[in-house]
Design a protein around this ligand. Structure first.
Ligand SMILES: [Mn+2]
Length: 183
């Protein structure tokens, strides 16, 4: 958010053999307490990233009880099976850009306060599909060009461009881009 020293939005990724875990988290509101909530989710996920998504979310729900809470989304990319499993709570978002665009939905609730039991969604990924996780500081129906075989893509640059072009400035904003050619 413009004029704010702390950022309550955070994005991170971890890799273990064949599996990449992607995290997007938006601590409620903004400022220092939002940052503390997001960091708490990051710390927990760092230590548990290879566990099933539902278990990580349950662990974060407990870990964030002493904070003001957060919205968060978790995706796990199984790089051998070319598929992604995703679940989100609150208003974080996930989308897959490829031959067509798939936008995934999050469940109602707040991590740290309680939320519904989730059924993660599973999406098959094609070779050049690109995954974007974002917070509500990014306009919901942001659009980007899907990459193709000949695309020379810098994921970090694209994430920065999404924040610059589609960020609202009235809220913290974060975007995470995953792009890897899969089998
Ligand atoms: Mn927000």
């Amino acid at each position: 958010m413009l004029g704010e020293l702390h950022c309550g939005d955070l994005a991170a990724a971890w890799t273990s053999p064949g599996l990449t875990t992607l995290l997007i988290v938006d601590g409620l509101g903004h400022g220092r307490d939002a940052e503390v909530a997001a960091m708490t989710a990051f710390d927990y996920t760092s230590r548990h990233h290879a566990e099933p998504i539902v278990d990580i979310l349950a662990g974060c729900n407990d870990a964030l009880r002493s904070t003001r809470g957060a919205a968060m989304g978790l995706a796990q990319v199984d790089e051998r099976q070319s598929r992604m499993t995703y679940a989100g709570i609150g208003n974080t978002r996930a989308a897959v850009f490829g031959a067509r665009t798939t936008r995934l939905s999050s469940s109602y609730g707040i991590v740290g306060l309680d939320h519904k039991t989730l059924a993660p969604e599973v999406v098959r990924l094609a070779a050049f599909d690109l995954i974007v996780l974002s917070t509500d500081g990014i306009r919901e129906f942001f659009d980007i060009e899907a990459p193709g075989e000949s695309t020379d893509l810098d994921a970090g640059m694209l994430a920065r461009r999404i924040v610059m072009d589609w960020g609202t400035e009235r809220d913290d904003a974060a975007a995470l881009v995953y792009w890897k050619t899969l089998p």
